[in-house]
Design a protein around this ligand. Sequence first.
Ligand SMILES: Nc1ncnc2c1ncn2[C@@H]1O[C@H](COP(=O)(O)OP(=O)(O)O)[C@@H](O)[C@H]1O
Ligand SMILES: [Mg+2]
Length: 290
Amino acid sequence: MSATTRPATASARHAVIQVDDVVVRYGEVLALDGVSLSVGPGKVTGLIGMNGSGKSTLFKTIMGIVRPDRGSVRIDGADPVPARRRGLLGYVPQSEDVDWAFPVSVRDVVMMGRYGRQGLTRRARPADHAAVAEALDRVELSPYADRQIGQLSGGQRKRAFVARGIAQDARILLLDEPFAGVDKRSEATIVRLLKELADDGRTVLVSTHDLHALPHLADEAVLLLHRILFHGDVSEALRPDNLARAFGLDDADVLGHANSGRANSGRANSGRANSGRAGSGRASSGGGAA
Ligand SMILES: Nc1ncnc2c1ncn2[C@@H]1O[C@H](COP(=O)(O)OP(=O)(O)O)[C@@H](O)[C@H]1O
Ligand SMILES: [Mg+2]
């Protein structure tokens, strides 16, 4: 891959993903309620939250697939839609969002990562074939290249989409629950690849509910429950008081008091959950204005 030849200036000037005060509603449902988040390059950021907390909506908003009702998303300072067209954003959707019966081979899926370079003709050049072959090799799927995507196991399907992002040479990789329903080997392969991609200077945001895997996987963690409850060290994110809030054990907080003192009051180490963190953690306390 040629990523190392890219100038680093853009990522030096901008947080690579910058989400500011984003609100997303689906009819009556408030999916994201004033989310502010900066995700920078060179590390793996884990996004943690219960079902329905807004993780997929946040990914789709960062991709420019869902437009926010309020607030903004900037990708290297630009709108997500042109950033996506420029191939900056690689996306591994959650399984529920993929039509696995679609008649494409594994190789075709990975080749989609090259479409942005192929113009309207979509004629693959030798460099495209080489990038696809290398990406398949990195996710250990070369022997499965000609299978229909739906004929793979859950873990292999995820690896195929990770390969698409690798073939795309995306600077930002968004992975929505890549470990859900995945075998241990696939999980280990994906974790190793994400670390390699981060070490290579890419921005990696990955949602998971596998809390045990988090310390091994991520350099930092974000707790989401329609708002950012916490953004910082993984070990701090995993403290019981923070997990209790993120997983809705204090449901009243969902309704607009996410950062109230009461949320922590019954817990050990209470009160400090957000205190030491940068701006991202503050989104949760701005609820009154939302
Ligand atoms: N297309 C949609 N139409 C209506 N409601 C939706 C849609 N997508 C998500 N939601 C709702 O928005 C909330 C957040 O969902 P989602 O972002 O999928 O959360 P997560 O990925 O954390 O499970 C949930 O209440 C969900 O039911
Ligand atoms: Mg989801």
